[in-house]
Write a protein that binds this ligand. Sequence first.
Ligand SMILES: Cc1cc2nc3c(=O)[nH]c(=O)nc-3n(C[C@H](O)[C@H](O)[C@H](O)COP(=O)(O)O)c2cc1C
Length: 174
Amino acid sequence: MANPQFAAPTPMDLRSSMGRFTTGVAVVSADDGTGEPCGMTISSLGSISLDPPILLISLTHGSRTTDAVEHAGAFSVSVLSSRQEAIARRFATRGGARFEGMPFVTSPSGLPVIKDALAIFDCVVHSAHDIGDHRVFYGSIIDLQWRDGTGLAFYAGKFGDFHDFGHDEMPWLF
Ligand SMILES: Cc1cc2nc3c(=O)[nH]c(=O)nc-3n(C[C@H](O)[C@H](O)[C@H](O)COP(=O)(O)O)c2cc1C
C-alpha cells in the first residue's frame, strides 16, 4: 500500500525512472482468428522459471495483440537484434497491418515470427492476471531457438545496442 505521505508517481515519472533500466526489445505475435496476424513491440519480457520453463510478458489492455493472446491462449516472442530497430518502431506504431511486407517466418507452433530474430519462444498461456492497466501473461515455453548476434537495447526512450566489456563470462549459479 502506498505511503500517504508521498505523492503517487505520475505515469511520466514512472516512464522516466523505469527508462533508466536498460532492457532488450521483442515482438509478441498472436493469432486473433481474422487470418491477419497481429503483434506488438514489448520490453516487458521476463524469465520466470527454468523448470518448468516459463516466461512472462505484460501487455496493455485494449491492444489487439492482448486480446489475441487471451483468446488464442498462445503467443510467440521474437527477440530483436540491433539491426531490427525499424521493426521495433513499426510494431509500436498504431494502425496498419504490421506484418504486411515484413520479413517473417513461421514458428513451429504456426505463428509468424520475425526473420533473423536472436531468439524465438513459442508459448502457450500458463496463466494470466490483470495488474493495473496491463494484463500479465505467463507463458509455458513449448519451443525455443536462438542464434548469435547483437541485441537491440532500449534506454531512456532510445534504441541502441549491447556490447560486452570483453571480460570473462559471468558464471550463473543455480
Ligand atoms: C521499446 C518499447 C517497448 C514497449 N514495451 C511494451 C510492453 O512491454 N507492453 C506493452 O503493452 N506495450 C509496450 N510498448 C508499447 C506498444 O508497443 C505500443 O503501444 C503498440 O502500439 C501497442 O499495440 P496496439 O497499437 O495494437 O495496441 C512498447 C513500446 C516500445 C517502443
